[in-house]
Write a protein that binds this ligand. Structure first.
Ligand code: SF4
Length: 178
């Protein structure tokens, strides 16, 4: 027990401050407004609940998203949590281009969410089809199926950029709940 306490006192906290690279593509809103430090200002006053839906990604976006919960990025410090059901979610986070097989699931997930609800297109594929575009098997970007409120660019986006987008989404939800 004493050894464990000694180790805990010596070890530094692994969680890093959120930082961005010079010229890094930042999240943006439908009117083209970029998410900046000034936009990331308000707090929701409660936690933000996120339902993730992989609409047909190569999985790289999902791996980066998975890193959000590790001790380095520690998404929970912002009061943002992933949910197992869209019925409990404020935000639908879509990764990947929308395949025809997943389009209905995306539509139904959106419809199952309580109002007010938000949708994030996370990654270039969800934003504009990315490398996959449209084909017999692919519907295209997320906004072809559901209205999108925030875009997080990158292929894949870095976890810090996703965090910026999620905090901006919490700001948007706070506005909607006023
Ligand atoms: S945006 Fe890039 S990393 Fe993300 S699903 Fe598309 S190809 Fe994969």
């Amino acid at each position: 027990m004493l050894k464990l306490l000694e180790r805990l006192l010596k070890e530094k906290v692994a969680t890093e401050a959120i930082t961005f690279k010079e010229g890094e593509a930042m999240p943006y809103l439908p009117d083209g407004t970029k998410v900046t430090a000034d936009i990331i200002k308000s707090r929701l006053g409660r936690s933000l609940h996120v339902r993730h839906l992989d609409a047909g990604s190569c999985n790289a976006c999902d791996f980066e998203m998975g890193a959000l919960s590790n001790p380095l990025y520690d998404l929970h410090r912002y009061g943002i949590h992933f949910d197992a059901s869209p019925r409990h979610a404020d935000l639908l986070m879509v990764t990947g281009v929308v395949t025809r097989n997943l389009a209905e699931a995306l539509k139904r997930s959106y419809e199952a969410m309580p109002e007010p609800r938000l949708v994030m297109a996370c990654g270039d594929c969800a934003i504009d089809g990315g490398a996959y575009g449209e084909s017999y098997a692919i519907v295209g970007p997320a906004e072809k199926v559901v209205p999108v409120d925030i875009y997080v660019p990158g292929c894949p986006p870095r976890p810090n950029v996703m965090i910026a987008g999620l905090i901006a989404a919490a700001d948007m939800l706070a506005e909607k709940l006023k």
